[in-house]
Write a new protein. Structure first.
Lengths: 325, 102
């Protein structure tokens, strides 16, 4: 029993507690806050399991962006208080506890008896010199399994298209709202933080070559910067679901498509970069990919729910909604 | 440093079944989405726990890449689920599954 194991036990218990609270606490908004904290706890768990890339991605996407999406939706998905709330909540907590403990123990007894296997780590490092980058996870994402990354960007695009397609009649047809004057702190915060966020995003993109980082982490940080800029009102009013959005959203997918076509024709294998130039090709794909990913995630935030119609009143959030026509 | 594998695999099992119970037992649609994400997080945890456990000590980067991909796909699916939930609420006024009256 040493310090590492004590830390792991405490962290695991903390994460489990946060998950239980997010499932059982009565208020939906509070459940979202517990879920965000759960995501950050998971980021710590990734750090303990020597997975820094996953830790950055979880903190940015899993806790940060998903949390922002949930918070934005929380006012649009009100929770009706059920009359029999106390009895059913007790059943709910009981089932979750029983399911968690019983299932976890049974599941773990299967898993703990699994033998340690060789894995693909040795294979990944063996071909690292010819992959164009120096970091194994980036090599997997953008060289060995670049096809998966390509389709992942396609999934982002598809989700956005469906979200745009099912927008209701009260959806804003105009550009993103400009903050009403008077919300000084939010504007000052955006003005101060957004340039730094852009720099951090650029660094993460560049650092992916030799350290944890890469296109996804950089794209998500950039999306967070755009969301902050939108909240602070420093973005010019633009129509994000028109031609500009089409170009930005499609750019990542098209970049991969062009590379795939070119490599299929010249090297007879799709996405098989020439080993000496692999680094430049990967950098090109990462840069375009980062811009696309950032825009697509920002568009999730913009269009996931429509702002409340003019009939409803929101006391503290009125500045972010478009003015009723 | 001692092997963290048993602790985090047990945590993965606990989170998976807690999230699964939440998906079935919670009535509010938004909470179901949260529970589904907890279940997904448990699966990712198990993948990464296996990745750091190999005989020659080299950490397997392929499950890390799969988990990063999975995180982004999970967020896309959650965003789509939230949008659908909101539309259903706008059209029908229903935000929860009704209680069974038996």
């Amino acid at each position: 029993m040493n310090a590492g194991m004590i830390l792991d036990v405490l962290l695991a218990g903390f994460i489990a507690w946060l998950a239980f609270k997010s499932l059982t606490v009565p208020d939906f908004f509070r459940a979202i806050i517990f879920f965000i904290a759960f995501g950050l706890g998971m980021a710590l768990a990734w750090a303990r399991l020597v997975a820094p890339d996953v830790a950055i991605a979880e903190a940015a996407i899993g806790a940060g962006l998903l949390g922002v999406l949930l918070i934005k939706s929380s006012h649009a998905l009100p929770e009706k208080a059920s009359p029999k709330v106390s009895l059913s909540r007790r059943w709910l907590i009981g089932f979750i506890l029983f399911g968690a403990l019983g299932g976890g123990i049974h599941f773990s007894s299967l898993v703990l008896n699994a033998p340690a296997a060789e894995g693909l780590g040795a294979l990944a490092t063996k071909h690292l010199e010819s992959s164009g980058v120096e970091h194994p996870v980036t090599a997997v994402l953008l060289n060995y399994r670049a096809y998966d990354t390509w389709l992942e960007i396609a999934v982002l695009m598809l989700a956005l298209w469906v979200i745009l397609a099912i927008r209701g009649p009260s959806a804003p047809a105009e550009s993103t709202p400009v903050t009403k004057p008077g919300i000084q702190f939010r504007t000052a915060l955006s003005r101060g933080l957004v340039p730094i966020i852009i720099l951090v995003s650029g660094y993460l993109l560049w650092a992916g070559k030799f350290a944890p980082g890469g296109a996804f982490q950089a794209g998500v940080v950039l999306a967070a910067g755009m969301i902050l800029a939108s909240l602070g009102g420093i973005l010019p009013p633009t129509r994000w679901d028109g031609r500009l959005g089409l170009i930005l959203g499609l750019a990542g997918f098209m970049a991969f498509l062009l590379v795939a076509i070119f490599t299929s024709l010249t090297r007879f294998t799709m996405l098989n970069y020439p080993p000496t130039q692999a680094g430049s090709w990967i950098l090109f794909l990462e840069v375009v990919g980062t811009l696309s990913i950032a825009f697509l995630l920002f568009a999730f935030y913009l269009y996931v729910v429509a702002p409340p119609s003019s009939g409803q009143t929101r006391t503290d959030d009125s500045a972010t909604q478009s003015s009723p026509p | 440093m001692t092997d963290p594998f048993p602790i985090y695999s047990i945590l993965a099992g606990v989170l998976f079944f807690a999230g699964l119970a939440g998906v079935f037992l919670l009535r509010h649609f938004g909470r179901k989405i949260i529970a589904l994400n907890i279940t997904g997080g448990a699966v990712f945890l198990l993948l990464v726990t296996y990745a750091q456990r190999s005989e020659d000590g080299v950490i397997d980067p392929v499950p890390h890449a799969m988990v990063i991909t999975g995180l982004v796909v999970a967020v896309s699916a959650s965003a789509l689920a939230l949008a659908l939930t909101h539309r259903v609420y706008q059209e029908t006024g229903q935000i929860e599954f009704p209680e069974d009256h038996e």
